[in-house]
Design a protein around this ligand. Structure first.
Ligand SMILES: [Cu+2]
Length: 296
């Protein structure tokens, strides 16, 4: 299956893992023990293995939540953390996923663009990372397109007061919209950072971070991504053909924020969103949603 075709499966998580993870790369996602630990928030752990997702505990109170993502699988991965819309069930979602895998060019169902995705970290195989995410009450599913088995998370109404604002000053605010990343124009300091990533657009977006050859320009990055996405042989741009994903966040709905712990070494990096546009299924990167940034 061509990469450009498989990426049209909504979410794109498994597509990315299949298509890009064979390229090497060094660790940049922060492990446990980040600034996010100190907030004293309720904690949930999502583990992905070769076969599927597990969530512990299975029930959480609504509000800001410290999410630890443990990638015990063989590929770079993340998790789509999605609130099941009213009337939708896990069984129904599985049917949608199966249909998407069988016919990757089909447009995702409209409710994908209307429900809530809370985000989760991206990590290379064998790596854990942390984020703070906002969970509302309801039935959530943790998934990526088949063949990984999804998991369920029940989020209950808080008993007393509404969720307090998060008392955390992020080192950097990154905004995602159609079709750009804002807030990565200036140099990012090397070392541990907390990014507040917000979706200020109208469609879901996600953010993958990959290391690029030093000095890669925005134009070179876009050219190489367009070549990769259109199926041009990799010989035309071998060093950029499939940058390994070191970190970032999975699908995030409009109006949602996620606080990501990152620890990037000095270098040149690229941020990419592959979420499909609703009418055509074209990944956002093809519409310009990719950004080079430098870390020093
Ligand atoms: Cu996007």
């Amino acid at each position: 299956m061509h990469r450009r075709t498989i990426l049209r499966a909504f979410g794109g998580t498994t597509a990315l893992a299949l298509g890009l993870s064979r390229f090497g790369g060094h660790l940049a996602s922060a492990r446990e023990g980040t600034a996010l630990d100190a907030l004293g928030l309720p904690e949930v752990t999502i583990t992905v293995t070769e076969t599927g997702y597990q969530v512990s505990p299975a029930t959480m109170p609504a509000g800001w939540t410290l999410l630890t993502f443990e990638n015990q699988g063989p590929d770079t991965n993340s998790a789509d953390v999605m609130l099941l819309p009213p009337g939708e069930t896990m069984e129904g979602l599985l049917e949608v996923l199966a249909a998407a895998m069988a016919s990757p060019t089909a447009a995702p169902p409209p409710w994908i663009y209307e429900t809530t995705f809370a985000g989760a970290p991206w990590t290379p195989a064998g790596v854990s990372a942390q984020a703070v995410v906002l969970l509302s009450a309801g039935e959530w599913v943790i998934f990526s397109p088949a063949p990984l088995t999804p998991a369920s998370l029940t989020v209950t109404e808080e008993s007393a007061t509404p969720a307090a604002p998060l008392a955390l000053q992020a080192d950097r605010e990154v905004r995602m919209q159609e079709y750009a990343f804002l807030g990565l124009d200036d140099t990012v300091p090397a070392g541990p950072q907390v990014w507040q990533v917000s979706n200020t657009g109208h469609q879901p977006h996600f953010l993958t971070v990959s290391e690029l050859p030093p000095g890669t320009t925005q134009a070179q990055f876009m050219d190489s991504l367009m070549a990769m996405m259109s199926g041009t042989p990799e010989a035309e741009g071998p060093e950029l053909a499939g940058p390994a994903i070191l970190g970032g966040c999975a699908t995030l709905s409009d109006g949602q924020s996620i606080y990501l712990a990152l620890d990037l070494a000095a270098g040149t990096y690229g941020a990419i969103c592959f979420f499909p546009e609703p009418e055509t299924g074209v990944p956002h990167v093809m519409l310009g949603m990719a950004q080079v940034f430098s870390v020093d």
